[in-house]
Design a protein. Structure first.
Ligand code: AP5
Length: 218
């Protein structure tokens, strides 16, 4: 059983690396942003409530995010462990996650912190393309990680698009939220001795390799 949290600024590669780590450990990658985008795309009541918040780069309310997360965690495939990407993002969400996990007899075991300067984050997000199939949502980069066929997902063949929140204005807003709310969480987890810090400014393969070494005994 592994409960692993992937944390870092926007564009640090949380989604990219959580996907690789989850495949290697044979546990699901739970992508909070992806789960919320799927609600918006489905046009659910909840999706309508959160659409404008996400478009502005703000955090959706903790009770809403927690409700979506809890539902996903109850799936059979999550019982052997998960890699969380994008949750928790602040102290309130940490308390909420602890509560959800304790109800399931689980706790946070490891935190991988992908450290990246904001300037690099902006460059990466400007070139990101994502799969339009919400069940897939594979990430690409036009220069650093291009698809085999331009604008087509390697995994499922669906079209690739630029995310609506990958504009310079919204990226800066998301980074500001990260520094104000998520950074203190990394301090908290460091004090608990849970954090492995990885230099995320390296290539995708090198970051994956460093994570592999840091997690060799998990
Ligand atoms: P979310 O979708 O989680 O976005 P994010 O946190 O802003 O993170 P990103 O997806 O932008 O970055 P990433 O670190 O995953 O990088 P990636 O691997 O894609 O959240 C979106 C919104 O949902 C939030 O703004 C909020 O509104 C809401 N939300 C989500 N969680 C919430 C929560 N807990 N509570 C409340 N609201 C919540 O990589 C980026 C690019 O760089 C890609 O193009 C990739 O190919 C490339 N790349 C990756 N690694 C490398 C590398 N090593 N070298 C070169 N290129 C690389």
């Amino acid at each position: 059983m592994s409960i692993i949290i992937m944390v870092g600024p926007q564009g640090s590669g949380k989604g990219t690396q959580a996907d690789l780590l989850a495949q290697r450990l044979k546990i699901p990658h739970i992508n909070m942003g992806g789960l919320l985008r799927a609600e918006v795309a489905a046009g659910s009541d909840l999706g309508r409530q959160i659409s404008a918040i996400m478009a502005a780069g703000e955090l959706v309310p903790t009770d809403v995010a927690s409700q979506v997360l809890k539902r996903r965690l109850e799936n059979d495939d999550a019982q052997g462990g998960v890699v969380f990407d994008g949750f928790p993002r602040n102290m309130e969400q940490d308390r909420s996650l602890e509560k959800i996990l304790s109800q399931l007899g689980k706790k946070i075991e490891h935190v991988i912190y992908l450290n990246l300067p904001d300037a690099a984050a902006l460059e990466r997000l400007a070139g990101r393309r994502v799969c339009t199939n919400h069940a897939c949502e594979t990430n690409y980069h036009i220069e650093f990680n291009p698809p085999r066929v331009p604008d087509k997902c390697d995994r499922c063949g669906s079209p690739l698009v630029q995310r609506h929140d990958d504009t310079p204005e919204v990226i800066n807003k998301r980074l500001a939220v990260y520094h104000a709310e998520t950074k203190p969480l990394i301090e908290l987890y460091s004090q608990r001795g849970l954090v492995r810090e990885i230099d995320a400014s390296q290539s995708i393969a090198k970051v994956a390799d460093d994570i592999k070494q840091a997690t060799a005994t998990w």
